[in-house]
Design a protein around this ligand. Structure first.
Ligand code: SF4
Ligand code: SF4
Length: 308
């Protein structure tokens, strides 16, 4: 085994020790084809109010613009699937990924430890960690690192863990041994396209965010268009429909991350508790969670929208 391969194996084994469910490594290179797709998507305005996506295009499609001399992109996956559910079936629904503590913090902490491990094993390396907070096409890198493929619902599908996974990226300026992309795909399945209540999956892997419940409840500013009222089915933060229907998620296993455990109080909240939610209660129950990001007024807007 060559030294690059040995080091790569050591990094993957350390990632496992840190609790990550999978780790793959891709060569850092310009994303030529993806740059074309991404540009086309932006030009069609399907990103809606997410103007930040128009920024730093050159960084998004070329890791060497993020880390000088970038050679390798290390990608980790962290499963967040849980079979725990909100007790009141009529209560406003929140997406599984938002049940526990904010994943950005949970993953970043572990990625910094991985970077420290690499620093201890390679002299003078430079690296940066990214978790959905910088211009990085995480899902594309996960594919290139051999961890799965992009499903028609545009999520990463891991053949081992399904799609309820968070993705973390570590870019370093040192060469490693690179994984091979899988040639698996969704094939003839189109369950997610059929199941999407708002028709947001306009074609394979192309989401019109402006129609997506996840976007409308989290990223959209201002009032939610009335035409979606009946489609929301009580969703107030995110939407799991196109993942719940995916056959690759039928065997999802429960995550092992304590921080992702839902607050029991959250699961117990009934429809009226949500409808009468006060700011003080919001601040206590969602402190440090992804929901905190939209603030009390954002969540209240969503609750008011579904209860009309
Ligand atoms: S998250 Fe919901 S609304 Fe968005 S594409 Fe998936 S099913 Fe459609
Ligand atoms: S539901 Fe089917 S088409 Fe959609 S992501 Fe899953 S496998 Fe692919």
């Amino acid at each position: 085994m060559g030294s690059k391969q040995k080091l790569s194996e050591m990094i993957k084994s350390e990632a496992k020790k840190l609790g990550f469910d999978a780790c793959g490594i891709a060569k850092a290179e310009y994303l030529k084809e993806e740059a074309r797709h991404f540009k086309r998507w932006l030009n069609s305005k399907m990103h809606g109010d997410m103007k930040y996506m128009e920024n730093y295009f050159h960084k998004r499609v070329d890791p060497t613009n993020l880390v000088k001399g970038a050679k390798s992109v290390i990608v980790v996956l962290l499963n967040y699937y849980t079979d725990k559910e909100q007790k009141d079936k009529n209560a406003p629904k929140i997406s599984k990924y938002a049940y526990g503590k904010d994943y950005h913090l949970v993953i970043k902490g572990r990625l910094y430890q991985l970077l420290k491990f690499i620093n201890n094993n390679i002299n003078n390396i430079n690296g940066r960690v990214f978790v959905d907070s910088a211009p990085v096409l995480e899902r594309i890198w996960a594919v290139k690192a051999g961890l799965g493929w992009i499903g028609k619902n545009s999520n990463l599908i891991s053949p081992v863990h399904g799609s309820y996974v968070f993705i973390g990226v570590l870019i370093i300026d040192s060469e490693l041994h690179y994984d091979i992309q899988t040639n698996e795909s969704c094939e003839a399945c189109d369950k997610c396209i059929t199941a999407c209540p708002t028709g947001a999956i306009i074609s394979s892997k192309v989401i019109d965010a402006r129609k997506c419940i996840s976007y409308l409840t989290i990223e959209h500013r201002g009032l939610i268009p009335e035409k979606y009222h009946e489609k929301f089915n009580s969703r107030i933060f995110g939407c799991d429909i196109c993942q719940d229907i995916c056959p690759w998620n039928t065997k999802s296993k429960k995550h092992k991350i304590t921080e992702f455990e839902p607050d029991p109080e959250l699961l117990k909240m009934g429809k009226n508790d949500w409808y009468n939610l006060k700011e003080e209660h919001f601040n206590r129950i969602f402190k440090g969670s992804a929901i905190e990001r939209i603030g009390y007024s954002g969540l209240k807007r969503n609750i008011d929208f579904i209860r009309k």
